[in-house]
Design a protein around this ligand. Structure first.
Ligand code: ADP
Ligand code: ASP
Ligand code: MG
Length: 410
């Protein structure tokens, strides 16, 4: 008998029929002789709808308090656990739903992006040992003093991986609406190929650069605790993608995949004094406001010595928050400092651990983009990733030309 954690995403539980399909799959897993913890997301569209409702009652200007946002958002998953457990019980099986708090998931107090601090899985074990299927709400936990928290968008992946680590599961399966992790989003690049095996580091770089099939924090967690997991479809039995520590054979592939991320904005601060401490002040203010910054580019101005321009990317929804966070530090970082923000950009990345030992990848990527008339605005690199920003309306074309330049369809 194995202990299996399965996670079913929003589309997989998006309708009553889909919930019945999921319940059937969970039941078949138990009937094959396994103990099952099934983590479920909110039905597709529900989390977005709840966010819209919050905006509708608070108005454009006032942000809803994040404590209440979490009380609201957690209801999406709470609905699904009850429906899935009910459905399983109607099929004659024993299933019990648990919220994150009931399952012993404790987090820090950063509402809407909380981090899991501990998991006390005694109740999960007790229910499993009693012959139950445990249906666990994804994306949520509670602080030590009992406040409901959520784990950031896509956070049900994290619930599944963290619970798999906490109960030392034999298998962790992430069921979604595609057959696995592809060389690029199959909705954008029609001839993208399913990847059989990918390393944690590659999956992490892809996830953090827009490949939303896995939440990046969940991959970080899996790497840290060595949780091997599969990504596969809830609609068929095709083998999926296995995500694990890198192996020698993985390095022979130079580029594993291409990621894209839309709805980005570029914030530029001009005429920043070129002295120690200025970047620290800027990004300290941004981080205190809990804004995720991604690419950062700084260059000393040749024409105006002693000053530099600093640009970084944020999600376009964070522009106003970033401007507000920067306002109090502007006078401290130079005379005549200005902030300009512009949306309408997207990021395109190529990822592969084989890049460590191959040169010329950047040149090949840039040549492919230029042949399609795509202008590159910002560039950043890591050991296994190259990211550029391009105009958002060219991102699909850019993804396709880069995908074919690296022969990823073969
Ligand atoms: P779930 O609701 O199951 O969590 P998500 O919508 O979060 O599913 O993630 C699945 C989606 O991720 C797919 O429908 C696909 O469009 C998108 N996606 C983006 N990049 C990739 C990729 N490289 N491989 C597979 N899917 C991808
Ligand atoms: N329901 C949450 C979201 O839409 C969590 C998840 O689906 O993983 O982001
Ligand atoms: Mg998801």
């Amino acid at each position: 008998m194995s202990l299996i954690v399965q996670k079913y995403g929003g589309t997989s539980v998006g309708t009553p029929e889909r919930i019945r399909n999921v319940a059937k799959r969970i039941l078949e897993t138990q009937q094959a002789g396994h103990q099952v913890v099934a983590v479920v997301s909110a039905m597709s569209g529900v989390t977005n709808k709840l966010i819209e409702l919050a905006a509708a009652v608070t108005g454009e200007e006032a942000d809803p308090t994040e404590r209440e946002m979490d009380v609201l958002l957690s209801t999406g998953e709470q609905t699904t656990i009850a429906l899935t457990a009910m459905c399983l019980n109607s099929m004659g099986s024993k299933a019990v739903s648990l919220t994150g708090a009931q399952a012993g998931i404790t987090t820090d107090g950063v509402h809407t992006k909380a981090r899991i601090s501990t998991i006390s899985p005694e109740e999960v074990h007790r229910l499993l040992d009693d012959g139950n299927i445990v249906i666990l709400a994804g994306f949520q936990g509670q602080t030590p003093d009992g406040k409901i928290t959520t784990l950031g968008r896509g956070g049900s992946d994290l619930t599944a991986i963290a619970m798999a680590a906490a109960i030392d599961a034999d298998l962790c399966q992430i069921y979604t609406d595609v057959d696995g992790v592809y060389t690029c989003d199959p909705r954008v690049v029609k001839d993208a190929q399913k990847i059989d095996e990918i390393s944690y580091d590659e999956m992490l770089e892809m996830a953090s650069s827009g490949t939303k099939v896995m939440q990046s924090r969940s991959v970080e967690f899996a790497k840290k605790f060595g949780v091997v997991f599969q990504v596969r479809s809830s609609l068929n039995n095709n083998p999926g993608t296995t995500v694990r520590e890198e192996t020698m054979s993985m390095e022979s592939v130079v580029i594993r995949g291409v990621s894209l991320e839309r709805e980005q904005a570029k914030v530029t601060i001009t005429s920043v004094g070129d002295q120690p401490g200025t970047a620290g002040k800027i990004f300290g203010a941004i981080s205190d406001a809990n804004i995720n910054v991604d690419m950062i580019v700084q260059n000393v101005s040749v024409s105006k010595c002693d000053t530099t321009d600093i640009s970084f990317t944020v999600h376009k929804n964070d522009i106003a928050k970033a401007e507000a966070a920067l306002a109090p530090v502007l006078s401290e970082i130079g005379d005549g400092v200005k902030v300009e923000a512009r949306d309408g950009i997207a990021k395109l990345s190529v990822v592969g651990i084989g890049m460590k030992s191959h040169s010329g990848v950047a040149a090949e990527m840039f040549a492919a983009l230029s042949s399609a008339g795509v202008n590159i605005e910002m560039i950043s690199t890591s050991e296994i990733k190259i990211t550029v920003t391009v105009a958002e309306d060219q991102i699909e074309e850019a993804a396709n030309v880069v995908h074919s330049a690296f022969n990823l369809a073969q």
